[in-house]
Write a protein that binds this ligand. Structure first.
Ligand code: LLH
Ligand code: MG
Length: 377
């Protein structure tokens, strides 16, 4: 089998959320937006897909590297793209590597007529999800006060979630450790002792501020906290983990793929490691992190609602406990699929479990008619 084409199709849709000046998502007025589908085509008619591709970089850099290759030589192509990044890190990002690698896994699954999680070696068909909120805002009825988080947590509990993660306030809204703790306390009070709770606060607190929050979360019986300080400073995380019994999760956004996760594990910088396909450059490096974590007896919690993460999670023997479902907000309905998909990639039952699609490859049910009808000319 050979790759004979690498296509990107960019299409219009109406978005109901927007990004603020710091890049955080919030609900917003309906606006025109675009999405891009990457398709890797073979001479045997088997194709692999991934959404969220960067069309200019795929077309100008990736295409010439993978054209003509056997699509099952994923490791070879991933390694070539990784080495190519050294002199092109500004353009050939880990997100681009991820889109290519995920499309190649989708293709491999379709060629084998098997879902990716079974190709990897399955352990589960369903995993618990946590409700992962958007960051705090100042919207009336939104996530503007500790009480608003408490009300939303009750709503999520009623929907079936057994776990809830607060993303609290970040600039342009004022980040404040005391308000974060107040929101966490209000949520614990509202949902009772059994719901699993996590916090992902402002990512640039000092050590003292992060430790203050951690100590308060110990009292509130929180499960974990992630990214309260810049992850470039691994020693800050070694220090924080040493000083609290709260589980510290990371790194999430630190660059460096499985290499960085290995360093953090070696230095006991966190209690649970973290990876998402888009952060680390695809399923291929993420599986390396999973095996590394298993070898050290460390839990790996996946980042982001990507279907590819779910496939990795459903093939892990050491947890990987939760699927991150979100980002959620009282104004938005997460259970409606985007117009380019006929069904949700992570449907959740009333007991808070997400079930993995069992179709070949990633198992996405793509609405190709919608894409064709809305192509950017
Ligand atoms: O800063 C944010 O908007 C969130 O932290 C976001 O990146 C989210 O994806 C996250 O960290 N989830 O765990
Ligand atoms: Mg996070």
């Amino acid at each position: 089998m050979k790759i004979i084409d690498v296509k990107t199709e960019t299409f219009h849709y109406k978005a109901k959320s927007m990004r603020d000046a710091f890049g955080h998502g919030h609900p917003g007025p309906e606006r025109d937006a675009t999405e891009t589908l990457l398709t890797i085509v073979t001479d045997e008619g088997v194709e692999g897909h991934c959404f969220g591709a960067n069309a200019p970089v795929i077309n100008s850099m990736v295409k010439e590297i993978i054209m003509g290759e056997d699509p099952l030589f994923r490791e070879k192509m991933w390694r070539t793209l990784f080495e190519r990044q050294r002199l092109a890190i500004g353009t050939l990002s880990d997100k681009v590597l991820s889109a290519v690698d995920v499309a190649l896994w989708d293709l491999a699954g379709k060629a084998a007529n098997m879902p990716v999680y079974k190709l990897l070696g399955a352990t589960h068909t369903k995993v618990p999800a946590y409700a992962s909120t958007m960051c705090g805002d100042d919207l009336e009825g939104g996530l503007n006060t500790p009480e608003a988080y408490a009300q939303f947590a009750i709503q999520c509990k009623e929907r079936g979630y057994t776990a809830f993660k607060l993303h609290t306030w970040q600039p342009p809204y004022s980040a404040d450790p005391k308000r974060d703790v107040a929101a966490c306390a209000a949520v614990r009070e509202a949902v009772g002792p059994d719901m699993v709770l996590m916090l992902d606060p402002y990512h640039y607190y000092s050590r003292a501020q992060a430790l203050y929050i951690a100590k308060e979360l110990e009292k509130l019986d929180f499960y974990w906290m992630e990214e309260p300080m810049p992850e470039q400073s691994m020693s800050s995380y070694v220090w924080l983990s040493d000083n609290t019994s709260l589980h510290i999760v990371g790194p999430e956004t630190a660059e460096g793929k499985h290499f960085t996760r290995a360093e953090w594990m070696m230095h006991n910088a966190s209690d649970m490691t973290r990876a998402g396909v888009r952060d680390v450059g695809g399923i291929t490096p993420m599986v390396k992190i999973v095996h590394l974590a298993e070898s050290f007896g460390i839990q790996m919690e996946s980042h982001g609602p990507d279907l590819a993460n779910l496939h990795v999670l459903c093939s892990m023997s050491i947890p990987g406990e939760y699927h991150e479902r979100g980002l959620l907000h009282p104004f938005l309905d997460y259970d409606v699929p985007p117009p380019w998909l006929n069904t949700l990639v992570d449907p959740m039952d009333e007991n808070g479990y997400v079930h993995i699609p069992d179709g070949p490859g990633l198992g996405m049910d793509i609405n190709f008619d919608y894409i064709r009808d809305n192509l950017v000319s």
